[in-house]
Write a protein that binds this ligand. Structure first.
Ligand SMILES: [Zn+2]
Length: 408
């Protein structure tokens, strides 16, 4: 019996997770290590236990679910994604990849298929980075590019550390985070863009990622009274930040279609009605398919910042706290996905990932591939995020077929 994805079961599982932390308009809010995220993890682990999977968890909260193979010495074929969401999350970002992976294992059980190599399903901790930055925290620590101790010390906007959140949610496992001994890593994800829908592609074969450069900016002005202080005497950090935000947008527009730039977070001090602001913190990023072009975007940004400093008499501290990519994914695995899609009469299209993904961290360590399923209207990080049951099932089936080919 050929293992076949049960589209309805996959859909029902995604909907069941979506009920946890549900927000108006069919969205979900399950920021990392909140009670909602913890509840979703528990439901997921319960489903895995029904399949008799081995469960390991590391000290940063990554979850590894293992299905034994017939050859205990063979390296595992691994796949998965993340269950955490942004505050205005949809039902599919990350969740689709974890639950498609679960459906792969369920379908293998249904068909009574034992693979030669073991299979490992993964839920990475804090992929989104909405509560604790940087994003992709769990996979960074597991990959060894971010020290566990440094990650544990990171705090959210309420001053709660990752260590404290892990302890309180019971999500700190006994395992020391480290690269796992895998033969391949595969991640199914929604496209989060409009290209596949517009071109009628069923499966996106992600050949690599953009190069992204992230900055935390501190605009430092001087506090004063909004009444007596003449306009010319002000060193208004909020007004300077407003200029920066529009400049970042302009840099992004100029870099289309292959580049993007965003300012997406702001903190204003004292944020008081009678005060000219004196400290405004901004988060922004620039990204491009071509790394040199992303560096050029950063140079433009820096030039804009020094111009604003000079004109407005403010100081701007730039913390270029992280980068990712560009990553090229494994070409052999990309070809395998193309072939398996064609076997199912599904059309493919090569894609470049514009968002960060855990796969970016895995790619230097293990042959890595990502496959996209279409996002209706290209909408994401929004309750309106949607992929159809059929689109998700097609993606899961290609994932299953690829896993079988790799695991034997
Ligand atoms: Zn995601």
């Amino acid at each position: 019996m050929t293992p076949t994805i049960n589209a309805d079961r996959l859909w029902q599982s995604i909907m069941a997770i979506a009920e946890i932390g549900a927000i108006p308009g069919n969205g979900s809010c399950r920021m990392a290590l909140t009670p909602e995220d913890t509840a979703a993890r528990a439901l997921f682990i319960g489903w895995c236990q029904e399949l008799g999977l081995g469960h390991e968890q590391d000290a940063i909260g990554n979850q590894f679910l293992r299905r034994a193979g017939t050859d205990a010495s063979a390296k595992a074929v691994a796949f998965g994604s993340h269950l955490d969401t942004v505050p205005t999350g949809g039902r599919f970002d990350g969740v689709a990849g974890v639950l498609a992976g679960l459906e792969v294992l369920r379908a293998l059980d249904d068909a009574g298929v034992k693979t030669r190599a073991p299979l490992e399903l993964v839920n990475w901790m804090n992929e989104e980075g909405s509560r604790f930055r940087p994003a992709m925290m769990g996979s960074r620590v597991a990959a060894g590019t971010f020290r566990l101790a440094d990650a544990l010390a990171i705090t959210d906007d309420d001053g709660i550390s990752v260590a404290q959140a892990l302890a309180e949610s019971g999500q700190a496992g006994p395992l020391t985070p480290a690269p796992r001994d895998w033969s391949a890593w595969l991640e199914l994800h929604i496209e989060q863009g409009p290209v596949m829908e517009a071109t009628g592609a069923d499966i996106g074969v992600v050949v690599g990622t953009m190069h992204a450069r992230y900055f935390q900016l501190s605009v430092i002005g001087e506090p004063s009274h909004v009444g007596p202080t003449e306009m010319g005497r002000r060193h208004d950090s909020l007004a300077a930040a407003a200029e920066i935000i529009l400049a970042v947008e302009k840099i992004g527009r100029a870099a289309e279609p292959d580049g993007r730039a965003s300012a997406s977070w702001i903190e204003n001090i004292p944020n008081a009605r009678g005060n000219v602001s004196h400290l405004t913190r901004l988060h922004c990023d620039v990204r491009h398919t071509d790394a040199a072009a992303a560096v050029a975007m950063e140079q433009t940004l820096r030039a804009v910042l020094s111009d604003i400093e000079r004109r407005r008499g403010v100081r701007i501290e730039i913390d270029p706290y992280t980068t990712f990519g560009p990553i090229l994914f494994d070409q052999r695995l990309g070809s395998l996905i193309r072939r398996k899609a064609a076997d199912r009469q599904l059309t493919t299209r090569d894609m470049v990932a514009a968002a960060g993904h855990d796969s970016v961290l895995m790619a230097p360590l293990v042959p890595t591939a990502m496959l996209f399923v279409p996002s209706v209207g290209g909408i994401t990080h929004n309750p309106k995020e949607y992929s159809t049951p059929a689109q998700l099932a097609h993606g899961a089936q290609v994932l299953l077929d690829a896993v079988l080919a790799l695991a034997g």
